[in-house]
Design a protein around this ligand. Structure first.
Ligand SMILES: *Cc1c(COP(=O)(O)O)cnc(C)c1O
Length: 419
């Protein structure tokens, strides 16, 4: 299609539409930085004044291939011209092929598609509850989740999320959840015992392989292996929330691969579509108890979203991006550790897997992660907090060696202005 045949959209220059105008019309559910982003390419974005930033947020671990990647541009263009939405009343090639790719590159046997991480987790919660009722014979199933977890913003998923700040003023919450500290096997075994005594039986344990929002906290291998054993012994389902750490983010396709275990159900979203809204819930065939009519989504799995996600998945594989994630992750962590040595009073620790990493500020430091993020933005690199004391680095998986060096230099410059 030639550019002339495209409909001309009315253009408002973003610089004429100020943050104040924006806030007049958009509900204030987000605290936003006072920059208006206008354009992106690779790991860089430009604001409405033409200022360039290195994007180490990537839409919060979402833009797997960065911005305007040719594979995505091509997939979007081709798919919108061919077929974009028809509902799940019919079969489409794209949905089937994406499900096949995901099954062939994970421990799962089958997939359900939706539009976001919260929705994927809702699907997992419903599947676990139906399995509990119909297979395990549990009358009031309980799902155990962890403190400092994050599973989404719907009512069921804020309930699953073990952080009171997300639940405040939204009660009554959903019944059927119980919380334990993360990476603490004794506490988990104790919780299962308490629930059993009260005839509230555990149907599932829902955990992140690495807690993203909760502070970039990697799961402990021995902890997860013991959980897998307990689940096998007791018939409990293990659900991995892979929304943030899946799709190559950790240097493996799925976060759970870092722990040497396989979940029975897992969810994906953020990086799956490279920034196009899509979510997925996958499971092993033994717990696939859904039947026609049990669960649905109008947009879920439409040919546009699945066609683009398929292009993202294939690019991840064809460009050997997992190798890049591992190498760039090590480069980034060693650079951040050098900064930690330079600022021992300010920085307590550097932790993470692949290209999800946290710069952990020391508890005694007066600075918060928000202060560091603001200074980094001033120095030309976008970062995002993961809680009040952790600065998160989640660049596109395509990030280059030179871009990591440049980001490290900018962070160093930002820290220098703060100390
Ligand atoms: C972001 C996130 C979610 C929620 O995803 P949405 O697409 O915002 O609904 C759920 N779980 C984890 C681990 C996440 O990081």
């Amino acid at each position: 299609m030639s550019p002339e045949t495209l409909v001309q959209l009315p253009t408002t220059s973003p610089s004429e539409f100020s943050p104040t105008d924006f806030d007049t019309y958009v509900m204030s559910t987000y605290g936003r930085y006072a920059i208006t982003l206008d354009r992106g390419e690779g790991c860089r974005v430009w604001d409405s004044n033409g200022r360039e930033y290195l994007d180490f947020v990537a839409g919060i671990a979402t833009c797997t291939l960065g911005h305007a990647h040719p594979a995505m541009v091509e997939a979007v263009t081709q798919q919108i011209q061919k077929l974009h939405h028809v509902s799940n009343l019919y079969y489409t090639q794209e949905q089937g092929e994406l499900a096949k790719w995901l099954v062939e590159h994970s421990c799962a046997d089958r997939a359900f598609f939706c539009n976001s991480g919260a929705e994927a987790n809702e699907g997992a919660i419903k599947l676990a509850r139906k399995y509990a009722h119909t297979v395990l014979g549990i009358q009031s199933p309980v799902i155990i989740t962890a403190h400092a977890s994050f599973h989404g913003r719907t009512l069921a998923t804020i309930t699953a999320t073990g952080q009171p700040k997300y639940q405040k003023n939204f009660n009554p919450l959903m019944p059927g959840f119980y919380y334990v500290p993360y990476n603490d096997i004794g506490a988990l075994e104790e919780a299962i015992g308490i629930l059993d005594q009260n005839e509230r039986q555990v149907a599932a344990i829902l955990l992140e392989a690495l807690q993203g929002e909760g502070g970039v906290r990697p799961g402990d291998v021995a902890y997860f292996q013991r959980i897998r054993e307990i689940c096998n012994e007791k018939g409990i389902l293990l659900i991995a929330d892979e929304v943030q750490v899946g799709m190559g983010r950790t240097g493996k396709y799925w976060g759970y691969e870092n722990l040497g275990i396989e979940p029975d159900i897992f969810t994906s979203a953020k990086g799956l579509g490279g920034g196009i809204p899509i979510g997925a819930m996958l499971c092993k065939s033994f717990c696939d108890v859904f039947q026609p009519g049990d669960h649905a989504s109008t947009f879920g799995g439409n040919p546009f979203a699945t066609g683009v996600a398929l292009a993202v998945c294939r690019t991840l594989e064809q460009e050997n991006l997992l190798d890049n994630v591992q190498a760039r992750g090590e480069q980034l962590r060693s650079g951040l550790r050098a900064l930690a040595e330079q600022y021992p009073k300010l920085i307590a620790e550097v932790r993470g897997w692949g290209l999800i990493n946290g710069l952990v500020l020391s508890p005694e430091a007066e600075l918060t992660s928000a202060d560091v993020v603001k200074a980094a933005i001033e120095a030309g690199v976008l970062l995002v907090p993961a809680g009040p004391k952790v600065v998160r680095f989640v660049p596109p998986l395509t990030v280059s060696e030179a871009e990591i060096d440049q980001a490290l230099a900018a962070v160093s410059q930002g820290l220098a202005t703060l100390t």
